[in-house]
Design a protein around this ligand. Structure first.
Ligand code: FAD
Length: 392
């Protein structure tokens, strides 16, 4: 009989992996809880009223047409000894190897006052869908002259530049629609992705409107009160008309249930094959893993899917695992027609994914508007390409 692989999670990592496995002739089952996937990249533009939510939604028909067996169920366990995945409805799916790409779980136990109920008053919008629409609706409904507050978590978390792109686009929304309003960004760290590019853009585009408070200046939020829409820091408390709390995160729940995550909450893997260091025969990719220098991004999950599948196919055939180089680029919009990016190239070294020195870099700090405009187009082209590759 031919080899069987079960993939858990049909996001950027899992959908790409399932399609690649099917194309390699492997009998592949994809287990995904939701019939429709809602993509996070560009969801900050939805929040700022610049893009329709429909542009974020993708289905699984194209994967089915390529022979992937798609099952819309929640996986509740992985029995690596018996080599089977257990689904919420009791179905058991046997496998020769499994791949898990479950994304993140928000930690509703990490920030006092911020639990799932609180997220309905103070949306996180860090898993795209209803939360994205809630934050967009709150911004649209707030009075001109109100304060918007963002609470940004410490590392590691999904999409390192994402909070700063969101701050930029909310500032753009306020500047054009509610110009007497303010945005207060409270950050639990002092250093962040593309920092000099963001700060230069904020000084040029949003002076007096966007106030950024790093950890050293008392930016860490220690407690929230959802009813009062109040956040507390070591230096005092602030009330907002709209409060966006991005809480700390860990690997998706199935990673914890299957014993794939260590005490950090994230999954250690072999960087050449993405096989779990804790559960042999099960590979993990995407946001859920400890990826060394590689960020938690859709681009990274997609690149890791390709490398993991090449390794799994080799292992199933008893062949050596090929050596890999992985690429990542993260684009951010700071305003419509104004894009910036950071790129990196990675390889397995000393048991982790390490940066290849001298490869990659960020957009130039001093660049004409034409370069920013071109990068905004590249961002859109990137989204069209990666979503077509994973879902279309
Ligand atoms: P996900 O895409 O989250 O997919 C996980 C899937 O697994 C989900 O569909 C979930 O339903 C399913 N699942 C989980 N558990 C189970 C289970 N037990 N059973 C069945 N199904 C399950 N990245 C970029 O590269 N560029 C960007 O510009 C960018 N912008 C972003 C902006 C924002 C605001 C945010 C929040 C993120 C952004 N990202 C961006 C990051 C990107 O969204 C993630 O890194 C990416 O989605 C990770 O892919 P994944 O496969 O690991 O997880």
């Amino acid at each position: 009989a031919s080899a069987r692989v079960v993939v858990i999670g049909g996001g950027f990592g899992g959908a790409t992996a399932a399609r690649s496995l099917a194309r390699a002739g492997i009998a592949t089952t994809l287990v995904e809880a939701n019939p429709t996937y809602t993509a996070c990249p560009f969801s900050n533009a939805v929040i700022a009223g610049l893009r329709p939510m429909e542009a974020q939604r993708f289905g699984y028909d194209a994967l089915r047409a390529e022979g992937v067996s798609v099952v819309h169920q929640r996986a509740t366990g992985v029995d690596a000894t018996a080599k089977r995945v257990i689904l919420a409805d009791g179905t058991v799916l046997p496998f020769d190897r499994a791949l898990v790409s479950p994304g993140i779980e928000l930690r509703f136990d990490a920030l006092p006052g911020y639990d799932e109920a609180a997220s309905r008053a103070m949306p996180h919008a860090w898993q795209a869908g209803a939360q994205t629409e809630l934050l967009a609706a709150q911004l649209a409904a707030m009075p001109d002259g109100g304060t918007v507050i963002m609470a940004v978590p410490p590392n590691p978390y999904r999409c390192p530049p994402g909070p700063y792109e969101r701050a930029s686009l909310i500032a753009h929304f306020l500047k054009s629609r509610k110009p007497r309003s303010k945005l207060l960004v409270l950050d639990a760290k002092d250093v962040f992705s593309k920092q000099r590019l963001f700060e230069a853009a904020w000084a040029a585009l949003y002076p007096g409107l966007l106030e950024y408070v790093p950890l050293a200046m008392g930016g860490r939020v220690t407690e929230v009160d959802a009813k009062a829409r109040r956040v507390t820091t070591d230096f005092g408390s602030h009330e907002g008309a709209v409060v966006n709390v991005i809480p700390p995160q860990r690997a998706g729940a199935i990673a914890q249930a299957a014993g794939l995550a260590d005490r950090s909450g994230w999954c250690p893997v072999d960087p050449s094959s993405f096989e779990s260091r804790l559960v042999p025969g099960v590979h993990v990719i995407g946001d859920a893993i400890i990826a060394g220098a590689m960020p938690k991004s859709a681009f990274a999950a997609h690149a890791q899917a390709r490398v993991a599948v090449a390794a799994m196919v080799a292992m199933l055939r008893g062949a050596p695992v090929p050596a890999a180089r992985l690429l990542n680029t993260c684009y951010s919009l700071v305003a419509p027609g104004y894009g910036i990016s950071v790129a990196g190239v990675y390889r397995p070294a000393n048991g982790v994914l390490a940066d290849i020195p001298g490869a990659g870099g960020t957009s130039p700090l001093d660049a004409p508007a034409s370069v920013r405009e071109a990068e905004a187009h590249y961002a859109e082209d990137w989204f069209a390409t990666i979503t077509a590759d994973a879902f279309a």
